[in-house]
Design a protein around this ligand. Structure first.
Ligand code: NAD
Ligand code: TYD
Length: 381
């Protein structure tokens, strides 16, 4: 039996990875370990919770003894580590929680896996190339911010299926696997630190590790503090859309199921000790993206075109707001043959439909503690 521990599986990306692995690999036992913070939601996994090859364990990755116990109890041979504090705005308010979970939590998980793997024989890889691996999921934000050298946008030099019809690039540079780390927010600093610990465990102890750095994800089950689900929900409820600064910052968007497919591919075929950047060459200026969301939601709700544009509200900029992220994912494409499956306009349509069709999921979140958090974040704006 191949026993895989997926941490953070009750969160946004983790739930897509758990679903993919549970359905695609009935011979693997998938153990989903999650603390169920405000961002963890078992409703994200309702469709697979009764599958025989799935187990949920509630635990905190920063608890070293618990990590030792769980890794031993389930005889874990592969780890996909997604558990993290993930929201930049929260990291600005409370950096210590980010250091605790993202840095100390990753370290505890690494140490527990090292101790267990040192004490047991590596299993022979069954057919299909399954092996011992600590696979750490990171972000492009560790590379820092790129300059907006082409504020109006120029035709993008590279494209994939995910690229939008408009296909723009807003600067000359892209993040490569070799780009020097230069994190700016407490979130990205904590992720950078955890990436360094993972690589140090390979270099020092020979732990089999892989790190991947992905661009912004979007799709179903994303917690509505992040731009896209927050704005879809606010449009539905006629609430203001708080655009930071002038809305000129650029993000590179990838559909979450394409990230999950990349994780599956890299988990099985990626080179040990290597790094892969994941992204779809799909850059959007925030304000342009927001207009696409407004247009799509209005159309699907039967509102006249432009109806919800009046909700756009420019607010004080995020502290240290990174200007542009843009991933160069050509290494992953050429070495492992990964390609996004979805064109951006299709992905946005699918995403908006999902949130409108799953209003109960959204209402269950926004009617509780989150609503209070949200009011607190924005009441002075
Ligand atoms: P998320 O906030 O939606 O989910 C995080 C999950 O981790 C939640 O289920 C939460 O309960 C769990 N968790 C938090 N602290 C924990 C702890 N101490 N112990 C155990 N579980 C804990 O995050 P996400 O957007 O799904 O991101 C997942 C991973 O992917 C993160 O490591 C993030 O840095 C990375 N990433 C995210 C994006 C993105 O656009 N969302 C892009 C690139 C990389
Ligand atoms: P976010 O979804 O928080 O992702 P990240 O900061 O990790 O890239 O934000 C995406 C972009 O949208 C970012 O430039 C900040 C901006 N933004 C707003 O303008 N208003 C908002 O309310 C939020 C949450 C984000």
């Amino acid at each position: 039996m191949y026993n895989i521990l997926i941490t953070g599986g009750a969160g946004f990306i983790g739930s897509h990875v758990v679903r993919l692995f549970v359905n695609k690999y009935p011979d693997y036992h998938i153990v989903n370990l999650d603390k169920l913070t405000y961002a963890g939601n078992l409703a994200n996994l309702k469709d697979i919770e009764d599958k025989p090859n799935y187990t949920f364990v509630k635990a905190d990755i920063a608890d070293l003894d618990e990590m030792r116990r769980i890794i031993k109890e389930y005889d874990i041979n592969g780890i996909i580590h997604l558990a993290a504090e993930s929201h930049v705005d929260r990291s600005i308010k409370d950096p210590f929680t980010f250091a605790r979970t993202n840095v100390m939590g990753t370290l505890a998980l690494l140490q527990a896996a090292k101790e267990y793997w040192d004490s047991t024989q590596a299993p022979l890889p069954p057919k299909g190339g399954v092996r011992r691996l600590f696979y750490h999921i990171s972000t492009d934000e560790v590379y820092g911010a790129l300059e907006l050298t082409n504020p109006e946008g120029v035709p993008a030099p590279f494209t994939t299926k995910a690229s939008s019809k408009d296909d723009m690039a807003y600067g000359k540079e892209f993040f490569l696997e070799t780009t020097k780390y230069n994190p700016h927010s407490p979130y990205s600093a904590s992720k950078a630190s955890s990436d360094h610990f993972v690589r140090a465990y390979h270099d020092t102890y020979g732990m089999p590790t892989i790190v991947t750095n992905c661009s912004n994800n979007y799709g179903p089950y994303q917690f509505p503090e992040k731009l896209i689900p927050l704005f879809i929900n606010n449009i539905r409820n006629g609430k203001p859309l708080p655009v930071y600064g002038k809305g000129e910052n650029v993000r590179d968007w990838l559909f979450v199921e394409d990230h999950a497919r990349a994780i599956d591919l890299i988990f099985h075929e990626g080179k040990i000790a290597d790094t892969y950047n994941i992204g779809g060459f799909n850059e959007w200026k925030n304000i342009d993206l927001i207009k696409v969301i407004i247009k799509t939601v209005d159309r699907l709700l039967g509102n006249p075109e432009g109806h919800s544009e009046k909700l756009i509200t420019f607010v004080t900029d995020r502290l240290g707001h990174d200007m542009r992220y843009a991933i160069d994912s050509r290494k992953l494409q050429s070495e492992l043959g990964w390609e996004p499956s979805l064109q951006f306009e299709e992905g946005i349509e699918k995403t908006v439909r999902w949130y409108l069709d799953n209003q109960e999921w959204m209402d269950n979140i926004t009617s509780g503690d989150y609503e209070r958090y949200y009011d607190d974040m924005y009441k002075n704006r």
